[in-house]
Design a protein around this ligand. Structure first.
Ligand SMILES: *Cc1c(COP(=O)(O)O)cnc(C)c1O
Length: 390
């Protein structure tokens, strides 16, 4: 059975070209990029070439890229680093639908006396720039709002928020992990001072990411030691992973327009196909201001978890809520913040398409989803009662 992977917002398969680019640095080229000799210089050269590839994808200067161990560390560096550099300011503004890398970090900081304002979202999962700006005052060190949501794909009005924040004196950070390589990103045009990225969401290796730090931003490191990464992140650089991340960015830059259009067409076909043949399905997220690869649906009268397990038995991998909360029975904080009922949130599935998906995969998925939903609904007492009454 050919398995179909539609969980690319959780992670993506490593691209073969990325692996090829990494291999020399896992074999002969082993130098420490901080060493002065030729072994070190080979590594340093590769590191700087990769930094430029990452910077080019987001319209930044290579100097503005700090490599981290991933998106989670980049979010931590942004939040903790800005608070540390601005000890007189003890307030942060964020949204209710952020990734746990942001929300759990802020929850911990609240216990240490940091005050956090959580801005809500509308039924499409979007924040209001005016509300975000109104929440920021003279004591606000940081505003952190994600560019695109991992569960629904909804894309926030980041440039509008940046404009509304101008003159407030707060640093503006965005978790752009899901947006990278899927929609055009220009750090300058977005108007953010900090942005987080992760390699494994764009067919690069796991365990590597970056924080964009615009020139002049007040921020301190959270991992201290040697003078790596312009004193922003100590520790001998993971050169093979960084080279792989750079290559993944170069491929994403070259393919972005065509691949986004291809994915959007496949996603729309999947969405239309399911909505046409399955009754009582609701689209979650903004219909158009959305990542091209993401489809989140709520199926009435069933648990998303049972749909997921049944689809997995048929070789189709999707997700409920975010991957990080699997095994956890709480309904998605993102969907609940958008006003869904706990039942609707529990009945949700996320399909996130990627480079390896084809039209055939989409047709097979539509057919299989219809079969699985019918089977699970037939067994569900919830379904019979609800349908008899309504
Ligand atoms: C995956 C993800 C992260 C975490 O990135 P890691 O590299 O896995 O640590 C952070 N934010 C968002 C929106 C994500 O989707």
């Amino acid at each position: 059975m050919k398995r179909i992977y539609m969980d690319n917002n959780a992670t993506t398969p490593l691209s073969p070209e990325v692996l090829e680019a990494m291999l020399p640095f896992m074999k002969g080229v082993f130098g420490n990029a901080s060493s002065i000799h030729s072994f070190g210089q080979e590594a340093a050269k590769a590191l700087e070439a990769a930094r430029k590839q990452v910077a080019d994808l987001i319209g930044a200067e290579p100097k503005e890229i700090v490599f981290t161990s991933g998106g989670t560390e980049a979010d931590n560096l942004a939040i903790r680093g800005v608070l540390e550099a601005n000890p007189g300011k003890r307030h942060v503004v964020t949204s209710r639908i952020e990734h746990h890398a942001v929300l759990h970090t802020l929850k911990g900081l609240e216990k240490q006396g940091i005050e956090v304002t959580y801005v809500g979202v509308d039924s499409h999962g979007l924040v209001d720039p005016v509300e975000v700006a109104a929440a920021a005052g003279s004591g606000t060190a940081l505003v952190t709002i994600m560019t695109a949501n991992n569960e629904t794909g909804s894309v926030q009005p980041i440039a509008e928020i940046a404009a509304a924040l101008s003159g407030k004196g707060a640093v503006f950070h965005t978790d752009a992990v899901q947006a990278l390589g899927k929609i055009p990103l220009d750090a300058g045009k977005l108007g953010v001072q900090l942005a987080s990225f992760s390699s494994h969401k764009i067919h690069g290796p796991k365990g590597i990411g970056a924080l964009f730090v615009s020139r002049g931003t007040r921020i301190k490191p959270i991992i201290t030691g040697g003078h790596h990464e312009r004193n922003m992140r100590a520790g001998t650089e993971n050169v093979p992973a960084i080279v792989g991340f750079g290559k993944a960015c170069a491929i994403a830059a070259a393919d972005l327009e065509a691949e986004s259009a291809r994915l959007a067409a496949l996603r729309d076909r999947l969405q239309k196909g399911i909505l046409k043949i399955v009754q009582d399905v609701k689209l979650n997220g903004h219909p158009s201001r959305r990542l091209p690869n993401t489809l989140n649906l709520s199926f009435a009268f069933v648990e998303g978890e049972s749909l997921l397990l049944n689809l997995d038995l048929k070789g189709i991998a999707v997700s409920t809520g975010s991957a990080c909360s699997s095994g956890d029975l709480k309904p998605s904080h993102v969907l609940m913040s958008m006003g869904l009922s706990a039942e609707q949130a529990h009945g949700s599935l996320r399909f996130s398409l990627g480079r390896e998906n084809t039209g055939e995969d989409v047709e097979k998925t539509i057919k299989t989803v219809a079969e699985v939903v019918e089977k699970v609904r037939a067994m569900s007492p919830l379904s019979k009662g609800a349908r008899k009454n309504g």
